[in-house]
Write a protein that binds this ligand. Structure first.
Ligand SMILES: Nc1ncnc2c1ncn2[C@@H]1O[C@H](COP(=O)(O)OP(=O)(O)OP(=O)(O)O)[C@@H](O)[C@H]1O
Ligand SMILES: [Mg+2]
Length: 252
């Protein structure tokens, strides 16, 4: 359950901004993967991207974040993996208060977060296998461990047979699947996907969502931003909507 979200409602446009959870519905801290409390983000040019946002995501949830362009979806994810900092409020990920983390500690937290971007961000001169293994090498995994993890990750996204291809030899859908394999090869407990289907046709989009659901079924908490209303409707997961920097419940 996402705290503060109850019942189903029209997806047209929202009612109440999400409030902090009441005491009676507060889950144990150990059950919470992500917590935002009264978070406001104002960029240095004065742009108010998020205003007083409250959200709790339990471990094991699959949450969609929707909203118009410029509403603050990517900003919310960037705050979660520490690429941007809040101006007010507090964010905790897997029990770690992000604003308290610096340098090495932030790097350690990031290892607990897999990230998938709309534009894949693969290294062009590396093969599929190397792109995925790169994360493990960077984190000091042994050769044996890299070998042990690589094939299952590629299998999970159906791309074992493309292990030796370069990114420009793959379709968009395949490149996105490589980026998912890369995001989860070190088995992070949290996966953030920012518009992972934004460049894909409906078939490939659905394939990506199916993989994300499979990862969720394995216990990974998944947070996905998307513009794709149909995809959200079909998949029947909880949804929050960002509008002008505020967060609203849509479906949950
Ligand atoms: N680095 C930045 N500096 C200043 N303003 C920014 C910065 N990044 C984003 N913004 C502004 O913050 C607001 C929210 O941007 P954000 O990228 O979070 O929106 P979004 O919902 O992800 O949009 P889209 O659907 O187009 O990806 C926008 O008004 C945007 O112009
Ligand atoms: Mg965005």
């Amino acid at each position: 359950m996402i705290q503060g979200i109850t019942g189903r409602s029209a997806r047209a446009f929202p009612s109440q901004p999400l409030e902090p959870p009441s005491d009676s519905s507060t889950p144990q801290p150990s059950e919470i993967m992500v917590s935002l409390k009264q978070v406001t983000k104002i960029y240095t040019n004065g742009c108010q991207a998020l205003v007083d946002v409250n959200l709790q995501i339990r471990k094991g949830e699959f949450l969609f974040i929707t909203g118009p362009s410029g509403s603050g979806k990517s900003t919310l994810l960037k705050l979660l993996y520490g690429e941007e900092q809040v101006n007010q409020g507090a964010i905790a990920v897997n029990g770690n208060l992000i604003s308290n983390l610096r340098g090495n500690q932030l790097s350690m937290l990031r290892r607990q977060i897999g990230i998938v971007f709309q534009d894949y961000k693969l290294i062009p001169r590396r093969t599929v296998a190397e792109n995925v293994a790169f994360v493990l090498w960077a984190q000091g995994f042994t050769r044996k461990e890299v070998h042990r993890r690589l094939q299952p990750a590629l299998k999970m996204v159906g791309l074992q047979h493309k292990a030796d291809c370069f990114p420009d030899q793959l379709s968009g859908g395949e490149q996105q699947r490589v980026s998912i394999a890369r995001a989860v090869v070190n088995t992070p407990p949290l996966l953030l996907a920012d518009e992972p289907t934004g460049n894909l046709d409906p078939d490939n989009s659905w394939q990506v969502i199916k993989i994300l659901r499979k990862l969720n079924a394995m216990g990974i908490t998944v947070v996905v931003t998307t513009h794709d209303e149909q995809l959200v409707r079909q998949s029947n997961h909880p949804v929050v909507q960002v509008h002008n920097g505020r967060l609203y419940r849509v479906q949950g």
